[in-house]
Write a protein that binds this ligand. Sequence first.
Ligand code: C2E
Ligand code: CA
Ligand code: CA
Ligand code: CA
Length: 277
Amino acid sequence: AKNESLSDPHYFDYYLVDKLLERVQIEKKLPRALAENEFELFYQPKIDLATHALTGLEALIRWNDPEHGRISPASFIPIAEDSGFIVELGEWVLWEACRTNKGWQDTGYPKLPVSVNVSAVQFRHPQFVRTVETVLEQTGLEPQYLELEVTESLLNDPVLIKDRLDSLKRRGISLSIDDFGTGYSSIYYLKELPLQVLKIDRTFVQNTPTSPRDNSLLQSIIQLGKSLGLTVLAEGVETKEQFDFLRQNDCDQIQGYYYSRPVDSATMGEMLRISMI
Ligand code: C2E
Ligand code: CA
Ligand code: CA
Ligand code: CA
């Protein structure tokens, strides 16, 4: 087994010590990677279930490491969060997403909101709102074309959060609750906070429509979101059966491989252009 794992590109994952070493190495490499322009944003379309129209795009970061190739955010975002580097990296994501979206709009492509994932650490940073304002001002992107995705873990700090969400909302920026159902958000906070979109985590979608239990759970979450007056989006939709089930059950939007995987900005631009025909 040892020999086999040596030829496996994910060899390091098999050994805890190597994992720790890898962690330290990644942490050290992140700032240089940013300076060397090794990060890139991919975009995944959001689709309206009733009309099949494109309703927005989510920006998803990728790391093109010269040594290891393309590295998934799932492996470096948690490290960047722990080290605090996420503040700087997240700021780059904001700039890049807003600049790119403005570029598409200036080309004459349909105007759509771009969503940016914001880590709790980044959101809690005292300068966060100011940074968002600066990015919008300097890129010229109108605030209604920026959406921020935050996870439920953030809602545990309701006082600070409400303040900050309110001031973002006042500026016309839309706010989504990401990975809904995997954290511990209180329904009370969901009701009180100025949120617009509830994104149902893909774990609630993956076994539908074959599992009756998962079907009714998914239906309940959709209804909860609707009762709270939110737009409900289902993540990780991979099949036509899931798509149809969600449409029949009043879900508003989807994202997932069924429609499109995340694509690079050139491909996304092409998709936007084609969507006008
Ligand atoms: P997320 O925000 O929940 O993003 C959705 C993830 O699901 C993406 O993984 C996307 O590629 C994947 N996905 C989309 N459709 C499907 C599908 O039909 N099936 C399956 N199995 N997966 C699908 P990705 O791009 O690897 O990102 C992983 C996570 O990394 C994101 O989860 C988000 O939490 C984080 N992340 C990505 N970009 C950023 C960023 O710029 N900033 C921060 N703070 N976090 C980011
Ligand atoms: Ca997200
Ligand atoms: Ca998500
Ligand atoms: Ca997720």
